[in-house]
Ligand binder design. Structure first.
Ligand SMILES: NC(=O)c1ccc[n+]([C@@H]2O[C@H](COP(=O)([O-])OP(=O)(O)OC[C@H]3O[C@@H](n4cnc5c(N)ncnc54)[C@H](OP(=O)(O)O)[C@@H]3O)[C@@H](O)[C@H]2O)c1
Length: 286
């Protein structure tokens, strides 16, 4: 019997690649997405059920889990991949913008976990992989909401692993560095409560971020290969791994740097780059 994996946010980016990887490895894939017509390439493949799931809608989660149990009577792996990045000054973010970041990146993930647990406990087996980020390890500028939602995912996973181990269920995170998916084009600038004093710096910030995305991170932090993430997620699902698993050369460099020099020096360097370069409009090689 094929093993069954449920993946959230499979319309594009990592989620779509992860779905293809598991399909290739002979899993039955439940590829979920907000709009079921978003991925024509997944539609063409065998052993993939494409189901509608917005992680902020509890009835969508229930429908997908009911469908999976009814049709396959098992859930072996859950990949909580859906997510997006909010950026900007916290002061300018409305309550709605703040809550939505957490609804998608954190509460949606919790509800998916709660949804699969009864079946996994019954099986006394299962793996849950939460896609976190290097931003769940170290703070970065102007992304307090995104960063903190990923810190929350890391904290939740670390704590949950105790109780889930009682039932033979494994939970871990995969924490990527920077990769060129749809992520950067989907950034939401949280500015519904604009503050006039911040107009000038906000304009510079957004111009700097957009230019930085276009240019890509400077050497040696260049965007990684997206297929390495889907491959790594698969390895994390089938093998014993740590609770937090970083992927991407930039994550290795950052973690090494922090281990040797501490976060203080890291923050100083990041401030220097952002305040003297990005906010002043200079390019990487200036
Ligand atoms: N790319 C990176 O550099 C990077 C680095 C670290 C961590 N990550 C994490 O990796 C995960 C996947 O991101 P990606 O890089 O593949 O970005 P992406 O190409 O933008 O894909 C994001 C996926 O999440 C889905 N999504 C957004 N809101 C959703 C919701 N409410 N319900 C269900 N699905 C929703 C999107 O669906 P739609 O098509 O409907 O919008 C899309 O399928 C995210 O958790 C992200 O935080 C990415």
């Amino acid at each position: 019997m094929k093993k069954v994996v449920i993946i959230t946010g499979a319309s594009r980016g990592f989620g779509e690649l992860i779905a293809k990887k598991f399909q290739k490895e002979n899993f039955q894939v439940i590829a979920t997405m907000r709009n079921i017509d978003s991925s024509p390439s997944l539609k063409k493949l065998d052993n993939i059920d494409i189901k509608k799931l917005d992680v902020t809608v509890k009835s969508d989660i229930k429908n997908v889990i009911d469908f999976t149990i009814m049709k396959y009577n098992r859930i072996d792996v859950l990949i909580n991949n859906a997510g997006y990045g909010a950026m900007g000054f916290l002061e300018e973010a409305s309550e709605e913008e703040i809550k939505y970041q957490y609804d998608v990146n954190f509460f949606g993930l919790i509800n998916c976990i709660k949804g699969v647990l009864p079946q996994m406990r019954k099986q006394k087996d299962g793996v849950i992989i939460n896609i976190s980020s290097i931003a769940g390890r170290v703070g970065l500028p102007f992304t307090s909401l995104y960063n903190s939602s990923k810190f929350a995912v890391e904290g939740l996973t670390e704590c949950l692993h105790y109780e889930l181990s009682l039932f033979g269920i494994d939970i871990k995170t995969v924490a990527p560095g920077s990769f060129r998916t749809g992520f950067h084009d989907s950034i939401i600038y949280t500015e519904k409560e604009k503050i006039d004093d911040l107009n000038e710096i906000r304009t510079k910030l957004k111009t700097g971020i957009k230019a930085g995305i276009k240019e890509g991170p400077p050497f040696p932090f260049n965007y990684g290969n997206n297929n390495n993430v889907s491959e790594f997620v698969y390895q994390c699902a089938i093998k014993k791994k740590k609770i937090t698993n970083f992927v991407g050369r930039d994550t290795k460099i950052i973690n090494f740097f922090i281990k040797i020099f501490g976060k203080g020096l890291f923050f100083k360097i990041i401030k220097r780059i952002w305040f003297s370069k990005i906010l002043s409009g200079k390019k990487n090689n200036d």
